[in-house]
Design a protein around this ligand. Structure first.
Ligand SMILES: *Cc1c(COP(=O)(O)O)cnc(C)c1O
Length: 427
């Protein structure tokens, strides 16, 4: 597909490109295996000498079509789907870090990622220093160690809604010879394309806005192709020295700019197997076809709801970067001039207990773990997603104990506001 198409056209037209007589709609290749004419053809695939499908754990045509649509939306050169956003973030780091390595991560991130990086990966010998994304560049640079291999952050953090100064983070990472990995889940490439600001790798929980209908868990990793692994050969031996499990092949030599995704597919997916099911990829593709219509409506509704809440006497505070009063408004205008996302957060006067009472009064907005889909939903992170954290860790992660995460859907904004009004009246 021509790289000149605009995002709206990419959402609809990219990915699956049928030939003569083939299905117009992306088919679900519900097959674990793929047939070849002779033994040598198959052998060459195993040596990575030829490109082709042989086993769905590594690659599947349905998944690849959807990955290529997301890659085009982000302006990258290669991409892959994973079974979840968790798998995407794990693979993105594990593809370049091994036991004994270290990376730097914003402390304002999704709770699941915080647990993965801070606890589980630590057990694998990969350590992570969490830094305040608003800290000075000097403070962030002080966290670098000789074994630091990456910097990781979210475009808009879930649920603290910190807007990242992507350009500043890219400069810091590159000054130290490591890539910047950005989880772009909340902004989506409709509102922000981190590669344009210097990020090297982008990850997604496609479970959120991309799917958009709360139907299927999934993830994606996209590579800009801009990071020169060979220029930092000693730092990234996984990409720049022979892989014994592929007869001594060197990914960065053999695949050049495509090395990162090739390695994550041929090695990590082969060995760890967090593949997205083709059925889920199909559903994700249906979601992607309307992403460009849904995101502006999410943003428009979220702005109306946060303006309403900001004026309400029972509301202690509202956090939404779309609000002029917001700390991150200027950064949001720079990186996301068309809007940020549909997720807002707020606290009520009276604190944690009142917040919980209020949530129980809501009728339209459902209490669900999910966030960022077509239906308005609500969650109290301190009681739910971030339950494992101490109050101290919560505050450090920008998640006040009274914080209500409100994911504004694409219903009529007046109906969402009426629901909030009746719940506020009841407390
Ligand atoms: C939900 C989420 C994840 C994890 O994704 P899953 O698809 O639930 O595994 C990662 N990052 C962000 C920003 C998220 O919101």
């Amino acid at each position: 597909m021509s790289a000149d198409y605009r995002p709206e056209t990419i959402c609809i037209q990219s990915g699956w490109k049928p030939g003569k007589g083939e299905p117009r709609v992306l088919p679900i290749y519900q097959s674990t295996t793929f047939k070849y004419e002779n033994s040598d053809q198959m052998g060459r695939l195993f040596d990575l000498e030829d490109a082709g499908y042989f086993y769905t754990r590594l690659q599947n045509p349905t998944n690849d079509a959807v990955a290529s649509k997301i890659t085009e939306l982000e302006g990258g050169i290669a991409g892959m789907l994973t079974s979840s956003g968790q798998a995407a973030n794990y693979y993105a780091i594990f593809n370049i870090c091994e036991a004994g390595d270290h990376f730097i991560c914003s402390n304002s991130i999704y709770g699941g990622t915080f647990n993965l990086f801070g606890t589980t990966m630590k057990k694998q010998g990969i350590s992570c220093t969490f830094i305040d994304p608003d800290a000075s560049s000097e403070e962030i640079e002080a966290a670098f160690q000789p074994n630091t291999k990456a910097v990781f952050a979210e475009t808009i953090s879930n649920p603290s809604l910190v807007v990242l100064d992507i350009e500043r983070f890219a400069d810091i990472a590159h000054k130290h010879g490591v890539p910047l990995i950005i989880d772009n889940t909340f902004a989506t490439p409709i509102n922000c394309r981190p590669f344009e600001w210097g990020a090297d790798i982008v990850t997604h929980s496609t479970t959120k806005y991309m799917d958009g209908h709360a139907m299927s868990v999934g993830g994606a990793i996209i590579d800009s192709g801009n990071f020169d692994w060979m220029a930092h050969k000693d730092k990234f031996p996984g990409l720049t020295t022979p892989d014994e499990s592929y007869h001594g092949l060197i990914y960065a030599e053999k695949f050049g700019k495509m090395a990162f995704i090739q390695k994550a597919t041929a090695q990590l997916m082969r060995d760890l197997g967090s593949i997205q099911s083709p059925q889920n990829a199909f559903l994700l593709n249906v979601g992607l076809e309307t992403l460009h219509l849904r995101m502006p409506r999410h943003c428009e509704n979220a702005l109306k709801v946060s303006e309403y809440l900001e004026k309400h006497e029972k509301v202690a505070w509202v956090n939404y970067a779309g609000l002029k009063s917001n700390k991150y408004h200027t950064l949001a205008e720079k990186y996301m001039p068309n809007g940020t996302c549909g997720v807002i957060s707020f606290g009520l006067k009276g604190g944690r207990d009142v917040s919980i009472q209020f949530m129980d009064q809501l009728k339209l907005a459902a209490i669900v773990t999910h966030v960022a889909d077509a239906r308005t939903c609500v969650l109290h992170p301190a009681s739910h997603t971030h339950r494992q954290m101490t109050d101290e860790q919560l505050i450090e992660a920008g998640v006040a104990p009274d914080l209500i995460r409100f994911s504004v859907g694409i219903e009529n904004a007046d109906d969402i506001i009426a629901d909030l009004e009746q719940a506020l009246a009841a407390i």
